[in-house]
Ligand binder design. Structure first.
Ligand code: DX5
Ligand code: ZN
Length: 227
């Protein structure tokens, strides 16, 4: 399985999102990671379906929509309609996670489940065979530019083992504090979709930062320790 780079536009200039997307696509971005926050599940507020629909008009790569909201069931239809190719939902807010995952899949969208740093891997044991990907948060969600939580590395390996045991080859995405210094560790632990916001957009050259991150990820993937 190869690695995919998913720049998070949370750290881009919101007045120039089209330019931001074009730059990272030139740098080799595989996905555009879109962080949706509602001011309830997380303290921050970002964007909704109309903005995703506008991004869809300019993006050439698929949109990966990360819902950090308390009531995702209410909005998955709108985000699918807006053009999301992947939608991930937090297990912490969903008592009927199986229903939600299948509702996403039935919309023709890849369904992901997200684990906060304090949420144990066992929370996704029963849903593991159904999901298209698992997103491991390596910071507490809500803001870009936070420091990678080191324990996330072993958590990725634990999720990989759980998915393997379930007979699933669903990829693991990791989100938070991913940069040149952390990317190798998480790839070697089993992460294959790498979200990066500040490491790409808080640089003078997001195109080049995307390419540099990909090169570091591919080097780690080629190392013998990689799963
Ligand atoms: C945080 C978001 C992330 C954020 C990552 O809640 O889910 O996607 O953009 O930003 P960095 O890469 O700066 O940690
Ligand atoms: Zn995110």
């Amino acid at each position: 399985m190869s690695v995919r780079i998913a720049p998070s536009i949370l750290s881009a200039d919101f007045a120039a999102l089209g330019n931001a997307i074009a730059a990272v696509e030139r740098g080799g971005a595989d996905l555009i990671h879109v962080d949706v926050m509602d001011g309830h599940f997380v303290p921050n507020i970002t964007i909704g379906p109309p903005v995703v629909a506008s991004l869809k008009r300019v993006a050439r790569v698929p949109l990966d929509v990360h819902l950090m909201i308390t009531d995702p069931d209410k909005y998955i239809g709108a985000f699918a309609e807006a053009g999301a190719s992947m939608i991930s939902v937090h297990v912490e807010v969903l008592p009927h996670l199986h229903r939600t995952v299948w509702a996403i899949k039935q919309l023709g969208v890849k369904a992901g489940v997200v684990l906060n740093p304090a949420t144990p891997v066992v929370a996704i044991k029963e849903i593991a065979p159904d999901v298209d990907f698992v997103l491991v948060m390596s910071v507490n969600p809500g803001f870009g530019g936070q420091t990678f939580i080191p324990r996330s590395e072993s958590k990725v390996a634990e999720v990989r083992a759980l998915l393997d045991a379930a007979g699933s080859d669903a990829p693991i995405e990791i989100d938070g504090g991913i940069d040149q210094t952390t990317v190798g560790r998480v790839v070697r632990a089993g992460a294959r979709i790498l979200v990066a916001g500040s490491a790409i957009f808080h640089t003078p050259d997001p195109e080049r930062a995307t390419a540099t991150l990909r090169a570091a990820a591919e080097t780690a993937l080629a190392s013998p320790a990689s799963r």
